[in-house]
Design a protein around this ligand. Structure first.
Ligand code: GDP
Length: 502
């Protein structure tokens, strides 16, 4: 297969990094498809086919002719106490007052603001701060088009202001600066602007491209200018989306409502969401029973960019999950089941690695212990021959109980080892000479014998020939089928070995 395109040859293994890179790019393989250098290309292709048939994936990108303008999605960031929450509250309430229905705005994770003299809207994510921003990004969700950086004019640039700038820059999201608390007598706008300039924020008045607006979130001044500035920036960015076909979106927030059940707020990125659609997000699925805006009003459809609270989820999705629409309920269920299986597989692989590592650690410790004992035995023999004086040669050994542990499955072995770990006492050491899964075998006895170890067996058999060997070597085998009894017995054995009180 090297250097050729013959990756679907049944015998081809992926052992050439350059080729692997090419395959990943060309065929849509992901690094997690390649379990080992011996992974066969045909296996990955099979997995991809399975994924395509059983899972649901985003559609290929739309054609430019299918795109229509959409509203910008904004995240408010900045230093603590600089006024992010006050600004979001002010903006949210402005939009309520302007609605002819009035109503009470609830926090649903996102809301839309409309300028009084225009039809254009801006969608704000209602969770301020870079923690929310990075949580979404860590799940691969790219929802934010513009960051509004709130800086209090009294404090200027602070630690989290710098962090927010870094986050926005890393995500390549343009910034609009809202210089807040301009109503305060201590407000020092020139100083704040200078501070921003030193952080690489090229403000427009200094010849750069970043817009800044002086506002007071508390007194609700400058908010219209801020929204206008956002709309101007959005126009420059020519934000567009495809409003047709199967829906794609992102979960912004999810919760369980005592009256309405499981619901999530989503921002639709493609297609137009309507009642009755089947959605999958992570391992959750929904048949959309209804949609609401932030004022709790029923909406019939949610086009790209508009936040919607969706009811009808059978399980609760998580913030940042990608929402994908399926044609049928069967397809949605199948995708969720497939994802569950994949997650289970991954978890089992991780568990296996952890158990393997633990066993390797124990083995290493065991080998070191063995070395020490060999050295000690050697010195004892030398002492018997009278070569060395006893005091110098014998290392002080505390009483100890040496054991070999055998169990039926990894799970019970792990459980026993976990309990044993807690039974080390300064007076009597517990020495796990060897452990493993499966019936007792000759090698277990051979390992136990030199240490005078007791073999503790849980839910496993001991063949007759092994019993005979144990008898010959005076190795004790204790079998149990209740972990608790095994541990109790160990405790008794440890206590018996404790030195008598003087
Ligand atoms: P956050 O931590 O960034 O969300 O900040 P908050 O919105 O909780 O505001 C912190 C404090 O600053 C609160 O006591 C607000 O009332 C106050 N505050 C916010 N904006 C303004 C403003 O424009 N002017 C004044 N004077 N106080 C403000």
């Amino acid at each position: 297969v090297e250097g050729t395109d013959d990756y679907d040859h049944p015998g081809a293994t992926i052992n050439n990094m350059r080729l692997l890179d090419a395959i990943v790019k060309k065929c849509g393989f992901r690094p997690d498809h390649i379990k080992s250098p011996q992974t066969k290309a045909s296996e990955v292709i099979h997995e991809l086919e399975e994924e395509r048939d059983l899972d649901v994936k985003p559609r290929p990108p739309p054609k430019p002719s299918e795109l229509v303008p959409r509203c910008p999605i904004v995240t408010v960031m900045g230093h603590v106490d600089h006024g992010k929450t006050t600004l979001l509250d002010a903006l949210r309430n402005t939009s309520v007052v302007e609605q002819e229905f009035g109503g009470i705005t609830q926090h649903i994770g996102a809301f839309s603001v409309k300028l009084s003299n225009s039809t254009q809207t801006v969608t704000f994510l209602d969770t301020p701060g870079h923690a929310a921003f990075s949580a979404m990004r860590s799940r691969g969700a790219h929802v934010t088009d513009i960051v509004v950086l709130v800086v209090a004019a009294e404090d200027g640039v602070m630690e989290q202001t710098k962090e927010s700038i870094r986050y926005a820059n890393e995500a390549k999201v343009p910034i609009i600066v809202a210089i807040n608390k301009c109503d305060k007598p201590e407000a020092n706008i020139p100083n704040t602007k200078k501070g921003l300039w030193t952080q690489g924020i090229a403000l427009e008045e200094f010849g750069g491209e970043v817009q800044s607006v002086c506002i007071s979130a508390l007194k609700k001044t400058g908010l219209d200018t801020l929204v206008e500035t956002i709309l101007t920036q959005a126009e420059l960015m020519q934000l567009k989306a495809d409003p047709k076909g199967l829906v794609e979106g992102v979960v912004v927030e999810a919760r369980t409502d005592p009256a309405r059940g499981r619901l999530c707020t989503a921002i639709i990125q493609r297609g137009t969401l309507r009642k009755g659609s089947f959605l999958v997000a992570g391992r959750a699925w929904a048949r959309v029973r209804g949609m609401f805006n932030e004022q709790g009003q029923v909406i019939d459809e949610a086009p790209p960019g508009v936040p919607a609270e969706i009811i009808g989820w059978r399980e609760l999705p998580s913030a940042g999950d990608l929402i994908l629409e399926c044609e049928t309920e069967t397809k949605a269920l199948q995708a969720v089941r497939y994802r569950e299986q994949q997650d289970m597989k991954k978890k089992m692989e991780i568990d296996e690695i952890a158990i393997q590592q633990k066993m390797e650690e124990h083995l290493k410790e065991y080998k070191q212990e063995l070395e020490k004992k060999r050295a000690l035995g050697l010195r004892r023999r030398i002492r018997k021959k009278g070569v060395l004086r006893p005091k110098e040669t014998i290392e002080r050994t505390d009483p100890e109980l040496a054991v070999v542990v055998k169990a039926d499955v990894d799970g019970s072995l792990e459980a026993i080892l976990d309990v044993l770990e807690t039974y080390h006492s300064p007076q009597c050491r517990l020495d796990i000479v060897h452990y493993g899964v499966g019936n007792i075998v000759e090698s277990d006895v051979n390992l136990a014998f030199p240490f005078g170890a007791v073999i503790y067996a849980f839910n496993v058999r001991c063949p007759e020939d092994v019993k005979k060997l144990a008898k010959e070597t005076k190795t004790e085998i204790k079998t149990f089928n209740i972990i608790y009894r095994l541990v109790e017995d160990l405790k008794v054995q440890l206590t018996e070995r404790l030195p008598l009180a003087e």
